[in-house]
Design a binder for this molecule. Structure first.
Ligand code: PLP
Length: 425
C-alpha cells in the first residue's frame, strides 16, 4: 500500500475500509492482487447493477472502439448519443408513458443534482429548496447544501445556503406524518420558511441509512408540491436503474416527479454517466446556460443502450430483483431476530436492504470482519449504524446466499466477541 499512503491524498476513504489492492472483477466478484476473491455487496454503491465487466456490455464497447466511434464529443450530436436517446425513449420512457426531456449535465451524480437545482431556481425565481433529514445528494456546493450530514457540509468551508431541511418520513417516529409539518410551514407566511423552488427527495435514502419512505408519504409530498407550485425532484441516483425492481424507484408509487436525476448504474458498465429528466414545460434552459466539457460520454452511451436492450425489454430482470430482494430480506430478518435484544432491525425495498445494528461501532466491526471473510459491504446512516447490502442485480441466487452466509457468520463472530468482552467498546 506504500504508493497510496505516500502519494494519494488523505481524503481517500473506501480503500481504508478494504485495505488491499484490487486487480480484477467479474460479475459479483472482486479479486485482489494476491488472488483473494471477495463477493461484492457494495457494487460501487449501486453503480454495477449488472455486475463487474458484464461480458455483453464489454463486447459492445470493444466493437464500438474497434470501429473508431467517437469517444469524446462535448455535447455534439453523435450516432452513439442518437442511438442511446432512441433506446431510452423506446424502452424506458414510452412504455411507462413518461414524457421527459433529457439533459446531459456532466458525468457524475452531483452534476445532475446541481443542474436540477439550478434549473428550478431559474424557473421559479425562488432561492430556497427543501431537502430532508439524512438526505444525500452529492458533495459539490449546490448539492452539498441539500446533503443533510453536517460534517460533510462543514467540509465546504463556507456556509451552504438556500436549503431548508424537513424531517423525512419516519424521522420523528412512526406515528408522525412529517408532510403535515411541511404543508404547515409552506402555507404559513409566519413559519419562517419561504415557499421553495423545489423539493428534492430520495424515495429510499441510501447513504442516510436505507430509510424507506412510505408510498403514502411520497404521494402526499407530491400533492403538496402541486398545491403550492413547488417543483418535485426525485433523486433516483442510487435506487434507480432497477435497484427496487422497477427501472425508476417511483414507478410503483404512482407519483410523477417534475425532474428526475439518475446516474450510477445508468451506463451499466461503471462508466460515469448521469442524466436530468425534465418535464417538457420545465425545460426552460437557454442554450449554453449550463455547460461542461464532459457532457458527451459516448462510451457510456454505448453500454447504456446495450444495458437497456439486454435487461429492460421485458420484465425478467424486474421479477428476479423482486425474488432476490425477498431472499435478502428474509435472511436479514433472521439475523435481526437472533439479536433482537440488541435492537437489530431491517429496512429496504427490492435489492437494497439494510441491517440496522443501532451502533456504528458494531456495524463497522461487522464490515471489517466480513471483509476478512471475503465479503465487501458498506455502512450507512449518520452514525454508520446500518449495514447496507447492494449486490449486483444480476448476482445468482447461489452467490447471493453465499454472501448472506458470510454476512451472518460475520455478525455472529462480532457478537460472540462482544459477548466474551474481547472487544473494548
Ligand atoms: N444522489 C444520491 C441519492 C446518491 O446516492 C449519490 C451518491 O452516492 C449522489 C447523489 C452523488 O453522486 P456522485 O457521487 O456520482 O456525485
Amino acid at each position: 500500500m506504500k504508493i497510496f499512503d505516500q502519494l494519494e491524498s488523505n481524503v481517500r476513504s473506501y480503500c481504508r475500509l478494504f485495505p488491499t489492492v484490487f486487480k480484477k472483477a467479474q460479475g459479483a466478484f472482486l479479486e485482489d492482487q494476491e488472488g483473494i476473491k471477495y463477493i461484492d455487496f457494495l457494487s460501487g454503491v449501486g453503480t454495477l447493477n449488472y455486475g463487474h465487466n458484464n461480458p455483453q456490455l464489454k463486447q459492445r464497447l470493444f466493437d464500438y472502439l474497434e470501429s473508431d466511434g467517437i469517444v469524446h464529443g462535448l455535447d455534439l450530436a453523435t450516432v452513439a448519443k442518437q442511438e442511446f436517446l432512441e433506446a431510452f425513449e423506446g424502452i424506458i420512457l414510452k412504455p411507462r408513458q413518461l414524457n421527459y426531456k433529457v439533459q446531459f449535465p456532466g458525468p457524475t451524480g452531483t452534476n445532475a443534482v446541481e443542474a436540477a437545482l439550478k434549473l428550478t431556481r431559474n424557473i421559479t425565481g425562488r432561492e430556497t429548496v427543501i431537502a430532508f433529514s439524512n438526505g444525500y445528494h452529492g458533495v459539490t456546493l449546490g448539492s452539498l447544501a441539500t446533503t443533510a450530514n453536517i460534517s460533510q457540509r462543514e467540509a465546504a468551508g463556507i456556509a451552504t445556503a438556500g436549503v431548508t431541511f424537513i424531517p423525512y418520513d419516519g424521522y420523528l417516529g412512526s406515528g408522525i406524518e412529517t408532510t403535515e409539518y411541511l404543508e404547515k410551514v409552506v402555507s404559513d407566511p409566519g413559519s419562517g420558511v419561504a415557499v421553495p423552488a423545489a423539493v428534492i427527495v430520495e424515495t429510499i435514502q441510501g447513504a442516510g441509512g436505507v430509510n424507506v419512505a412510505s408510498f403514502e408519504w411520497l404521494r402526499s409530498l407530491e400533492k403538496i408540491c402541486r398545491k403550492y407550485q413547488i417543483i418535485l425532484i426525485v433523486d433516483d441516483i442510487q435506487v434507480g436503474c432497477g435497484r427496487t425492481g422497477s427501472f425508476f424507484s417511483f414507478e410503483e408509487i404512482g407519483i410523477s416527479p417534475d425532474i428526475v436525476t439518475i446516474s450510477k448504474s445508468l451506463s451499466g458498465f461503471g462508466l460515469p454517466f448521469s442524466l436530468v429528466l425534465i418535464k417538457p414545460e420545465l425545460d426552460q434552459w437557454k442554450p449554453g446556460k449550463h455547460s461542461g466539457t464532459f457532457r458527451g460520454p459516448n462510451l457510456a452511451f454505448v453500454t447504456a443502450k446495450a444495458a437497456l436492450e439486454i435487461y429492460w425489454q421485458d420484465d425478467s430482470l424486474s421479477a428476479s430483483v423482486k425474488q432476490k430482494g425477498k431472499i435478502m430480506r428474509l435472511r436479514l430478518e433472521q439475523i435481526a431476530q437472533n439479536y433482537w435484544d440488541s435492537g437489530f432491525s431491517v429496512r429496504g425495498r427490492g435489492m437494497i436492504q439494510g441491517l440496522d445494528c443501532k451502533d456504528g461501532n458494531l456495524a463497522n466491526r461487522v464490515i471489517g470482519t466480513a471483509f476478512a471473510n471475503g465479503l465487501i459491504m458498506e455502512t450507512a446512516g449518520a452514525q454508520g449504524q446500518v449495514i447496507r447490502c447492494l449486490p449486483p442485480l444480476t448476482i445468482s441466487e447461489e452467490v447471493l446466499e453465499q454472501g448472506l452466509n458470510l454476512l451472518e457468520n460475520s455478525v455472529k463472530q462480532v457478537m460472540q466477541e462482544k459477548a466474551s468482552k474481547k472487544l473494548v467498546d
